[in-house]
Ligand binder design. Sequence first.
Ligand SMILES: [Zn+2]
Length: 76
Amino acid sequence: MHLEPARHYWLPTPNPESGVFARHAFRGRRWESQPSDTTVCGIDVAMAAPTDLDWITAPTCADCNQTLISEFKDQP
Ligand SMILES: [Zn+2]
């Protein structure tokens, strides 16, 4: 078993203010059908089962991505 950074998963969720979908990272192994959670970049978002279109069209959140990359670099 190889080392890997803290577990996270990605889920397209709408921005609470604009409603625009983005693919954010969340702490945990997978979405457990909770109705809301806090993204790695610190936004409280509502969660719902994403459609295929959401996965295709939602851009990856740059802040989540950058946070995870910096955590990966900090691994021993
Ligand atoms: Zn994010």
